[in-house]
Design a protein around this ligand. Structure first.
Ligand code: ASP
Ligand code: CP
Length: 310
């Protein structure tokens, strides 16, 4: 494995391997001295052309805990803002001898294009509305810890699906691990062509959140991504919260063991109520914590030789 561009490039065995390695990486988080020598001498650039809190920080922490040299660049502070092309920028960074570029970019397909231009390892940290593979892996890791084997488990993915790269990666990942998936959204935010897609991939769709919630083992709420919306997709925020938000009333529809996930950042009061976000069954901060371990595992599988993990 050289790049992590899409979950579609990984077999179920490779996904499971990444999740299994993350279990040992997670132990590092509880140590007083959080340092493994695994990536000593390797250089990783976090190159983010879009805002991020958890993905950028956790990739940086993951690299540092594994002794790599990590550097952060954002679109704004680089010569991209002086008009340098993406290709020239990438070749410039490549010429400095870096081993890996972790890329977040508003254009779908940008990390794959960059992988064609350079010899270094490329990780997709979110590209447009296409994919966010490390998020799906950390979500699967978190759900597996909470529910055990995901085969046959029912996960509802709810919200602004049209604009969500998290949806696309999670659907691929959860299906590969054998989970049953139902997508729930208002008709205006259900991706176009979803009928053919669901028929081919064997997942369900619904417009009725109340009907789906009592049947799930996990509900993953997705953010309303206003920055990607050019028009009005729902009448008012209040109406969206009432019809598709995980409100305090809807918590009562969940089975006792069912858990709540959200990739963050959350719009409290819109797609998720404070009662749901802060509930004992909410995995939101577990997802963040798993993010470091899973990203350590990704760096290990892409950059380290077999046998170096310990
Ligand atoms: N943080 C995730 C992403 O970058 C989800 C979101 O922004 O809603 O795709
Ligand atoms: N979940 C996620 O990708 O969060 P950030 O946008 O803060 O990185």
């Amino acid at each position: 494995m050289k790049h992590l561009l899409s979950i579609a490039d990984l077999s179920a065995e490779e996904i499971t391997q990444i999740l299994d390695t993350a279990v040992s990486m997670h132990e590092v988080q509880d140590r007083q001295v959080k340092k493994l020598p695994t990536l000593r001498g390797r250089t990783i650039i976090n190159f983010f052309f879009e805002d991020s809190t958890r993905t950028r920080a956790s990739f940086e922490i993951a690299g540092k805990w594994m002794s790599a040299d990590t550097i952060n660049l954002t679109g704004k502070g680089t010569s991209v803002s002086k008009g340098e092309s993406l290709r020239d920028t990438v070749l410039t960074i490549d010429a400095m001898g870096v081993d890996m570029m972790i890329i977040r970019h508003p254009a779908s397909g940008a990390p794959a294009q960059i992988a064609d231009w350079t010899d270094c390892s490329i990780v997709n940290a979110g590209d447009g509305t296409h994919e966010h593979p490390s998020q799906a892996l950390l979500d699967a890791y978190t759900l597996r810890r909470a529910l055990g084997d995901l085969r046959g488990r029912h996960v509802a993915i709810v919200g602004d699906l049209t604009h969500s790269r998290v949806l696309r990666s999670n659907l691929l990942c959860l299906r590969a691990l054998g989970a049953q998936v139902t997508l729930v959204a208002p008709p205006t935010l259900m991706p176009s062509g979803v009928a053919a897609w669901s028929a081919a991939d064997g997942f369900e769709t619904s417009y009725d959140l109340d009907a789906v919630l009592p049947t799930v083992d996990a509900v993953m709420m997705l953010r309303v991504q206003r920055e990607r919306m050019s028009g009005g997709y729902f009448p008012t925020a209040r109406e969206y919260a009432v019809t598709y938000g995980l409100t305090a009333r809807r918590l009562g529809l969940l089975q006792d063991h069912a858990v709540i996930a959200h990739p963050g950042p959350m719009n409290r009061g819109l797609e998720i109520s404070a009662d749901a976000a802060d509930a004992a069954r909410s995995l939101v901060l577990d997802q963040v914590s798993a993010g470091v371990a899973v990203r350590m595992s990704i760096l290990y599988h892409l950059l380290a030789g077999e046998g170096d993990a310990q």
